[in-house]
Write a protein that binds this ligand. Structure first.
Ligand code: NDP
Length: 504
């Protein structure tokens, strides 16, 4: 039931109600999906429930905006100015956008503010990139030839996103595609669509033309599927689980469209005995528990050298016991609830599997449901020691605040453990020995490897995975190139020699 004036913690809220954004207008829906707060169980927002027809209308707008509209035909400088204006407009609304993500995800408000700062960085960087979209000229094909390789926008991009970093994921895709000259139809997660809708409205106010950016909210089936199946969508940019990504890539093949897949992960934090243990503990703690572990680059496997393992685990657990789990709107909260009860139950199931398969529970392992936690989907920060590679928690992505500790004796064992996963998104190595660090960097199968830090990233650096973590890159120059096609042009000057063997 929808209630006006609901509260989350101390924050008074009106239930936010959103329509789709199609062709620059707010299309009135026939039905809504209610977002229940993961903190309190109350309704906090309602999003339009899109249908295949709604998706088709948005695709038609984006197609026409690409084929006939001004956006792909603007100069890079003009597109850059729009994206810069958007960056400024987002900064002005930073607190409001952070509150929306905080409430809908259950993300601590300080983390949500940090996300929006990241969003602004992506818009600024994409604005700079928009000035630099260019190809190559070749003058070494012989004196009568000039070759050109032009970089053109790929067309209409369908985007489908997960719920854990709504605004940030949006900003890893939308400004880069717009900078390239593409038009967009986005389907955000139905749990956390608020910030994508708000930022899209801002973009339209800042000068993105009607139809160039559309948002259809709703479920993967039918809205996401309609984007993937449509012959009028040229490219699919997907962030979500490996299982859904595989289905999407297979379906996209039916219309011969390219896709980029940002999928799950099972990151390793490898700590050698010579590491700065204070830094490594800090990094390991953050990597596994931030956003309550609902992070694709989560360092959910701690691979620590035998000689320091007892001390490391004891000190890590000491720090983890002090983490403040609570209302995400509270400035002091460090961990909020999980996204919904189904996710909490899934994580509890994986915790139960670890217990039954023989891992040592160091701390946590239970649902928090008393007092302030009643009504929310809170799980206590959990550490399992003496996990082995056969155990389910070592192999499966958990997407919750659960750390698996595995011990190693030498470098080759550490590398083998880190690579013993189908995923390949991100790992971290902690050591003061640069030879060891670089051997690990070269040996790890992962899209990103951090050395003596963890989870840091900037808009300049490409991001993506290998193996079951997907393919394609977001962010950096590669993140814009992903939304382009190359066109080759060969120009001949002067009289051409006869085409052999038809010359006679
Ligand atoms: P899902 O794969 O369940 O869903 C992702 C999106 O796809 C949702 O919008 C979903 O809609 C939609 N969808 C589902 N089925 C289809 C379909 N057949 N066709 C088209 N769209 C579909 O992932 P979650 O939202 O549960 O997110 C968690 C996962 O995302 C984790 O595995 C995590 O690792 C991964 N992730 C990866 C990141 C990366 O950059 N590598 C970053 C963030 C998360 P609906 O919700 O209605 O099903």
């Amino acid at each position: 039931m929808l209630r006006k004036g609901a509260t989350v913690g101390n924050i008074a809220l009106d239930v936010r109600s959103y329509s789709h954004v199609i062709g620059g207008v707010e299309a009135k829906p026939e039905a809504y999906i209610e977002r229940i707060s993961p903190t309190s169980g109350r309704v906090i927002a309602r999003f339009a429930e899109g249908t295949a027809e709604t998706a088709a209308a948005a695709i038609a707008e984006a197609r026409s905006a690409f084929d006939q509209g001004p956006w792909p035909r603007l100069s890079g400088q003009e597109r850059s100015r729009v994206l810069m204006r958007a960056a400024l407009a987002i900064r002005e609304r930073k607190e409001e956008l952070a509150r929306i993500d905080s409430e809908e995800v259950g993300k601590p408000i300080r983390l949500a503010r940090n996300d929006i700062e990241g969003v602004i960085g992506h818009f600024e960087f994409a604005a700079a990139l928009a000035l630099q979209v260019h190809g190559d000229a070749h003058s070494n094909l012989g004196p009568q030839y000039t070759g050109m390789v032009m970089r053109e926008p790929v067309g209409v991009v369908g985007m489908i996103t997960a719920w854990n970093f709504p605004a940030l994921t949006y900003s890893q895709k939308v400004p880069y595609a717009l900078a390239a000259g593409c038009t967009v139809v986005l389907k955000p997660s139905e749990f956390t669509s608020g910030s994508a809708l708000e930022i899209s409205r801002l973009l339209l106010e800042c000068g993105v033309p009607t139809g160039a950016l559309n948002v259809v909210t709703g479920y993967g089936s039918p809205v996401g599927e309609a984007l993937v199946d449509s012959p009028d969508v040229d490219f699919i940019s997907f962030t979500g689980s490996t299982a859904t990504g595989q289905r999407i890539a297979a379906a996209a093949a039916n219309t011969t469209k390219r896709s980029s897949l940002e999928l799950g992960g099972k990151g390793a934090n490898v700590v050698f005995a010579d590491a700065d243990l204070d830094d490594a503990i800090d990094g390991a703690l953050f990597a596994v528990f931030f956003n309550s572990g609902q992070v694709c680059v989560s360092g959910s496997r701690l691979i620590v050298q035998d000689s320091v393992a007892d001390e490391f685990v004891a000190r890590l657990a000491e720090r983890a016991r002090q983490l403040r789990v609570g209302d995400p709107g509270d400035e002091s909260t460090q961990l909020g609830p999980l996204i919904h009860n189904i996710q909490a139950e899934k994580v509890l199931g994986l915790i139960a599997s670890a217990r039954s398969e023989g891992a040592d529970l160091v701390m946590g392992g239970e649902r928090l449901s008393e007092g302030a936690y009643a009504g929310g989907s809170f799980i206590a920060p959990t550490i399992f020691d003496r996990v082995t590679p056969e155990m389910t928690i070592f192999r499966q992505e958990i997407f919750g605040p659960v750390l698996s500790v595995v011990r190693f004796s030498d470098e080759s064992e550490a590398l083998a453990l880190a690579n013993d996963t189908e995923y390949g998104l991100s790992n971290a190595v902690w050591t003061k020995n640069v030879d060891v660090a670089m051997r690990m960097v070269h040996g790890m199968r992962a899209g990103t490897v951090w050395v003596n830090t963890s989870t840091d990233i900037g808009p300049q650096m490409p991001y993506g995975g290998v193996g079951a973590s997907g393919y394609g890159r977001e962010m950096g120059r590669a993140g814009l190139d992903e939304f382009t096609e190359l066109k080759t042009c060969l120009i001949h000057t002067g009289k051409r020699a006869p085409f052999l063997p038809f010359a006679d």
